[in-house]
Structure formats: C-alpha cells, structure tokens
Design a protein. Sequence first.
Length: 290
Amino acid sequence: MSDAVNDQRGRAPLFLSLPAILLFTGLLAIPLVLTLTLSFHVFDGMKGIQPALTFNHYLKVFTDGYYYELFLRTAGMSLCVTAICVLIGVPETLIMSRMRPAWRGTFFVVILGPLLVSVVVRTLGWEILFGRRGPINDALVSLHLVDGPLRLMFSMTGIVIVLVHVLLPFMIIAVWGAVQKLDKRIAYAARSLGASPEKVFFRITLPQLMPGLLSGAIVVFTLSASAFATPAIIGGRRVKVVTTAIYDEFLHSMNWPLGATIAVLLLIGIVCIVVGSNRFVERRFKQVFS
C-alpha cells in the first residue's frame, strides 16, 4: 500500500507539469523541428521548395563573406548594447538601492515604462526623435554642439541607442536581485580598515554583484541578437543584421530554406553563448557565495 502511495506521489509532478510540456512542445519544439527540416530542402527559383534534401544552404552561408559580415555585425551590435547596459545599469541599480522606498518605486515604474509600450509604437517614436529635423538634432544644432544634423536614422548608432533603451530594464532587474543579497557589513568593515571607496567597490561589491550582472548580460545579449523590429525600422535597408536578413529571405526572395538555415544558425549561436555563459555564471556564483 505504501509503495503504491509513494509511486503516485512520485508521478504527481509529471502529471502537474504535463500541460506545460504539451504547450512547450506544440508552440516551440515542433516549429523548431519543422524549421530545421525546412533548412535542408532544395529551393528552385521557378518551382519553389522541392522535396529533395541538400546541404547547399549551409555551405552557402559558411562560404559567403556576406553572411559572415551579417553575423559579425549582429554580434558586435549585441556586445555593444550589453556593455552599455552594464555600464549604466549597475550604477543605476546601486543608486536605487539607497533611495527611500517611495522614490524607489517611482523610479522602478519609470525604468520599466519602455516594456509597457508596444515595440512598434516605441520604435516609431524613436524614429520621430531621430529625424534630421527631429527634437534631438534640433536641440544639438541649437546648442551649437554639432555643425549639422546627425545621421541617427538608418545607422548602427541609432539601433544601439534604441536597444539600450528597451533592454536596460532587464539588466537592472537582474542586478537588483544580486543587490538585495549584498552583505553591507563586509563593505563597512573594509572602509573601517582604511580601504578606499574604489577598492571596496571593485574588490568587494562588484564580485558579489557578478552573478546578477552576468545573468543580465546574457538576457540582454540574446534579446539584442534576436531583435527584429528595432533593426528593421531604425536600420532600414542600410544596416542589415541577421534577423532582417531572415525576414528578407522569407518574404522578399521567397527562399524559405535559406532563411530557415540562417535562423537555425542564429539559434545555435545564441544557445552556445547562453550555455557557456551559464556555466561561467555558476562557477562565479560558487566562488562568491561558497
């Protein structure tokens, strides 16, 4: 009797998680498998997708310098956005941790504001700000900070600015969790022993923040690499990244197998970065909190 009860209790988590597993399988796993399968199909410009299978699409991506440039540009963009979010998000989170609760709540609402607006509406708003006669260029010219309007639209600079604006909350939220676990007594003890504020931050505070910082960096990097609306609207046809190239292959060239190939390679690259970074985060977490 007891064995039957224990067996039922052991199966309970499986039954409870079954709806989530079915939902995950139907909405994510199956489309990914179909995309992977599509990437191996032959494409004919006159006849469309053929049932025959080939590796030519992967060979084309690996041997064409155009696709190397796309992936390198996307990686550089994601790294730049991640670095800026780290440089802004960490000090901002530390400042917020020292605010009064009322002010802290207000600033949290302001920081999370970009996530409450549709990505298309938010990006179109930035397009208005970035115009040659937009508020930003008008202000810079009127203050004599620049000789003429800056080209923020259809440039990598504009894409990075907009991505930082929307992804900064993810960095702050990740670092905030680590800030709540800070042992301030260690910093006070170091200051009482004569350590400078800079040494306290780099030798004591920053190592304790590192797990949250690295987790936030992973989230920001992956979201930057897979962003589509911002590069498509702000970058336009002048600045192509991997996601916009996938869009062009699917809807302009109609070469679905090649678009699927680029999408699969982007997914593999992101997964490799996330897995490697997670292992690094786990090692750092054990070193700091062991």
